[in-house]
Design a protein around this ligand. Structure first.
Ligand code: RIB
Length: 298
């Protein structure tokens, strides 16, 4: 069983700031660091470090994105399905404040130039029961879902970043949702301020066949599959940089399932991996390897 992650690759420009820049304000940053990132790339690296055999499909620009591919190769990700397209690689401008929180501005670049022809080419390499992981940072996601469903692939959707396009995708084909309260609220139309139980019930009503992981920030996460409900708390660590914590969680959860872990163990490892990631700077470089996760005491 193979794992295909069809997702974004970004160059992350991370600016250390005293506070997030306000409307009309011009502000100097304290430092700039350049990291490999993109929700797709981060999740592929996390999947691979978790032990999954993962193929990443996506696109970078003609001349500026090769270091992203190198980083993925180094982490053990199969990169031969990543194409070079004219124009720029996607990038993210990330402001990081002293508490390690961030705000992110995206430029899609090559991520938004994925074509149906590319999708068709990639999917010839996969078959029924292979996993397909998707986020919401590339073009043609609805088409990818249609074609993967026709093949009988298992579809995992992390609907992030949330926008109106998500609601136009064939969400009924999704086998696993990994999402936060805001994303859940936008999908099922229930206020995020309500009890998370109401959000989970709304999702289950709308997608009765799907397995759902709802992340609740400091309150951890809840997994639901039919009558099975599992809860997982967070591991508290000194926060350095929260970028890619969610991607690390997703990669370790799905990677764990692919290795044969039960959902409870996969959730626990995902929470530990995310905690380690927030204690380190950067996106992809903050993703821990499996040994670090399994020996993490919390
Ligand atoms: O989830 C974190 C990621 O979001 C960053 O690496 C950035 O590139 C954006 O895609």
């Amino acid at each position: 069983m193979k794992v295909l992650n069809f997702g974004s690759l970004n160059i992350d420009y991370t600016y250390q700031v005293d506070h997030f820049v306000r409307a009309g304000e011009t502000m100097s940053s304290e430092s700039l660091q350049v990291f490999s990132g993109g929700k797709g790339l981060n999740q592929s690296i996390a999947l691979s470090k978790a032990g999954a055999d993962v193929w990443h499909a996506g696109a970078v620009g003609a001349g500026d994105g090769d270091f992203l591919i190198e980083q993925m190769k180094k982490a053990g990700v199969h990169t031969e399905l990543i194409e070079h397209l004219d124009g720029q690689t996607g990038h993210a401008i990330i402001q990081k404040d002293p508490a390690g929180q961030n705000c992110i501005l995206l430029y899609g670049g090559a991520n938004q130039r994925i074509t149906r022809e590319m999708v068709d080419r990639v999917l010839t390499q996969f078959e029924a029961d292979d996993f397909l992981i998707l986020q919401n940072e590339i073009s043609e996601i609805g088409y990818i879902m249609e074609k993967a469903h026709e093949k009988g692939m298992k579809i995992v959707l992390n609907p992030s970043p949330m926008n109106a396009k998500i609601l136009s995708y064939p969400l009924e084909y999704v086998d696993y949702f990994l999402l936060n309260e805001v994303e859940a609220s936008d999908i099922c139309g229930i206020e995020a301020t309500k009890d998370p139980q109401a959000l989970m019930n709304g999702l289950v009503k709308q997608f009765p066949e799907a397995k759902i992981v709802l992340t609740l920030g400091g309150d951890g996460s809840v997994y639901r599959d039919g009558d099975t409900v599992l809860r997982q708390g967070i591991y508290k660590v000194p926060v350095v940089d929260t970028t890619a914590a969610g991607d690390t969680f997703t990669g370790y959860f799905i990677g764990g399932l692919q290795l044969g872990e039960d959902p409870k163990t996969a959730l626990e490892h995902a929470a530990k991996a995310a905690a380690i990631a927030v204690s380190r700077p950067g996106a992809a470089p903050s993703v821990p390897n499996r040994e670090e996760v399994e020996t993490f005491e919390g």
